[in-house]
Design a binder for this molecule. Sequence first.
Ligand code: HEC
Ligand code: HEC
Ligand code: HEC
Ligand code: HEC
Ligand code: HEC
Ligand code: HEC
Ligand code: HEC
Ligand code: HEC
Ligand code: HEC
Ligand code: HEC
Ligand code: HEC
Length: 452
Amino acid sequence: MRAFIKRMFVISTIFTLLLLTGCTTPSKENRAEQDAAVKTEKALAAEQNQTESSQSQEQTTATAQEPTPAAAEVPKPQKKSEEPFFEPYLLSETEVLHPPYEWGDCTVCHKDSNPDKSKNYDLVMDPPDLCYQCHDKDLKEGKKFVHGPVAAGACTACHNPHKSKNKRLLVASNINELCTSCHTAKGEFLHKTQNIHPPVKDQCINCHDPHTEDFKFQLKADGKKDLCVMCHVDKKERIETSKNKHGAINKPNGCQECHDPHGTGQPKMLKADSIMNMCLKCHNQPLKRDEDGAKLINMAKHLKENPDWHGPIQWGDCAMCHNPHGSNNFRMLKKPFPATFYANFDTKNYICFECHESKKISEKETTEYTNFRNGTQNLHYVHVDKKKGRTCRACHDFHGTKDYPHHLRKKTKFGKINFPIRFIETPTGGSCAPACHARRYYDREKPIVNTK
Ligand code: HEC
Ligand code: HEC
Ligand code: HEC
Ligand code: HEC
Ligand code: HEC
Ligand code: HEC
Ligand code: HEC
Ligand code: HEC
Ligand code: HEC
Ligand code: HEC
Ligand code: HEC
């Protein structure tokens, strides 16, 4: 199991690295490019597979006609239908013999000293008591929850009492094959669902005990949260130590508020068809912050009323900015963002620069980094890049807007008052008239001298 987790960890680390290196400039085009790249890779792989298999078929037919010394090297074409769905991990190299059977004294279990299938093979008693002559009953059914077939004494549904080609005398060479021989719905689910939770694909007993456990569904720990963080130690640390915790995780279903423990077909085993729809299942009403009772807007309503959505929201991915498991940053953001209207400017304090060029703010003069300029004078710089600079929220909304382009908000909240910004766009610039100053104009081609 350790080895498995380690293996998966290495794989996921590689993936994360790939993602990190590939995702520094997420734009729609970029995504499309990435998608296309992935598709091309997949297509190439598929083509290669095809050519490989047709080649090997050609070679096999060739060797069948004229056997050559090289025949042994020719790989045999594998027929899909003969491949087992589950890896036969449990196959033992040597046949497993149950010691009392191996000892040859059949009468520990049978009435007859020489039981024969055609004659008398009556048992001295029925399982499970038969087995409890030697095995500890407490280990098999001593805990709060006992697995159906164990409670029914059907030990032989899973174990052969004499011998087996599989470890633990099991009747199947793979745990999942064993479990799904009765739990057929789960078997169907495994066959047809994408994004199955890796430990589920591996073996059911990573989480469920086959006999008995103290937690519902014979789980090795409480399945809402404790079980999950047994393996996901990084999440345990995050949910316990984050300054801004997510109320979602403290709801009765814990991790299962958002994730299904086996999988749903959706990425990350989410219980909705996109991250955004997951979030909006709860954020469809005003909520209160646990830490201080502060009111949080009804995000579903906000997005419905403001259909010009910010890029990552168009992609349905709120988790590009927020960490659903909590964070030390304001509003559980993945990177910092100032909590206040004014802040000393520092590029490190703005999650925005994960995707947008910071020079759009920090270059005093520019002809390229921003359109918010009067001639070459950068008005982002004027407003934002200083001690007590205005934070982006003074002018932009980060989720959705409606009235103005460029995600400019209609009203800016200053203290308790909402001031309208009254933005007017022109082909080469614009103007606004917030409470802070009278209407001022900017023009990228013919800089305007604002007198007031
Ligand atoms: C640990 C207990 C145990 C021992 C020891 C044991 N058996 Fe069995 N045997 C069983 C059980 C339980 C069944 C019934 C299996 C079932 O109902 O599916 C069985 C069934 C049988 C059967 C009939 C079904 C079959 O699998 O062919 C034969 C024959 C048999 N045993 C022979 C033997 C012989 C011979 C020995 C001694 C070499 C022996 N057993 C030792 C538990 C035992
Ligand atoms: C006469 C005593 C005896 C009886 C009765 C008995 N067992 Fe065992 N069983 C053993 C011994 C001894 C071992 C080996 C223990 C070990 O390796 O730790 C064993 C091992 C096993 C194992 C583990 C095999 C492995 O490869 O690790 C299973 C499973 C098992 N028994 C199931 C059963 C079942 C099911 C029954 C009832 C049908 C049963 N036993 C009845 C003595 C018994
Ligand atoms: C649903 C299938 C299933 C049933 C029913 C079942 N077992 Fe098991 N048993 C398993 C599996 C799977 C393992 C291997 C667990 C592992 O390797 O961690 C196992 C392991 C064992 C072992 C060896 C390891 C250990 O935990 O001691 C013994 C002994 C055993 N079972 C006895 C029994 C007895 C006795 C019964 C009936 C009371 C029984 N089993 C019923 C699936 C089952
Ligand atoms: C011989 C058939 C059989 C096999 C094999 C079997 N189970 Fe079960 N399982 C049952 C039965 C019967 C129940 C009880 C169903 C109920 O209470 O509704 C059950 C119940 C469960 C439950 C609780 C479900 C609930 O709704 O309460 C879980 C979890 C479970 N099994 C997991 C497993 C795992 C994991 C394996 C493989 C190690 C396995 N089962 C193998 C027959 C089997
Ligand atoms: C990562 C841990 C994990 C693994 C691995 C796992 N399960 Fe579960 N399983 C759970 C949890 C957690 C629940 C409880 C769900 C709940 O609280 O509603 C559960 C519930 C169940 C149930 C009862 C509820 C239901 O979904 O029907 C069955 C049956 C079950 N599991 C079977 C299996 C089988 C079969 C496998 C292997 C193919 C397996 N599980 C692998 C964690 C796991
Ligand atoms: C036995 C160990 C184990 C347990 C218990 C476990 N997981 Fe996992 N989980 C893994 C491994 C291994 C991976 C794959 C590597 C990774 O992404 O960390 C994984 C992956 C995931 C993923 C990412 C899936 C994807 O599509 O990328 C999520 C989400 C997840 N687990 C949630 C949970 C939840 C929720 C629970 C509790 C119900 C849970 N895990 C319990 C081992 C476990
Ligand atoms: C509010 C919904 C929500 C809850 C509750 C939640 N998660 Fe997640 N989880 C997500 C989302 C969304 C993602 C995808 C994140 C991303 O793409 O950056 C995710 C991703 C994951 C991953 C994959 C690795 C990663 O960080 O991207 C794991 C593992 C995971 N969650 C485990 C857990 C565990 C364990 C719990 C309970 C302690 C839990 N989650 C609770 C929403 C949730
Ligand atoms: C199961 C319900 C639920 C789901 C699903 C959910 N949330 Fe929350 N969220 C809450 C609750 C309750 C609060 C308020 C309590 C708190 O966290 O302090 C909250 C608070 C927040 C906050 C404010 C946190 C702070 O510290 O100020 C943000 C941001 C947030 N959620 C984003 C998300 C995102 C993004 C998603 C989707 C990945 C999501 N939520 C999914 C229930 C949920
Ligand atoms: C581009 C980054 C970004 C994305 C994507 C994003 N948010 Fe936010 N979110 C923020 C920032 C920044 C704040 C802080 C806003 C403020 O205080 O002015 C915030 C604040 C919030 C709040 C608290 C609102 C309040 O009333 O103070 C919630 C709830 C929230 N986001 C949920 C979501 C949900 C749900 C999604 C996906 C639909 C999402 N966010 C997507 C950046 C983002
Ligand atoms: C004083 C108001 C104001 C503040 C504060 C502000 N912006 Fe802007 N921003 C604008 C205006 C007005 C435009 C539209 C310029 C145009 O196209 O005419 C704009 C445009 C943008 C654009 C579109 C591309 C461009 O530069 O033309 C981005 C991206 C942007 N702002 C990001 C930010 C970020 C990030 C912050 C905070 C670090 C921020 N803005 C702070 C007013 C502001
Ligand atoms: C995860 C990447 C990402 C992050 C982080 C991000 N943005 Fe954006 N932003 C985009 C994308 C993609 C677009 C283009 C699509 C659109 O118009 O929304 C965009 C567009 C904009 C625009 C409008 C540009 C225009 O000319 O219409 C503004 C303004 C903006 N972002 C401000 C911000 C601010 C302020 C932040 C920090 C709170 C931020 N963004 C964080 C990805 C991001």
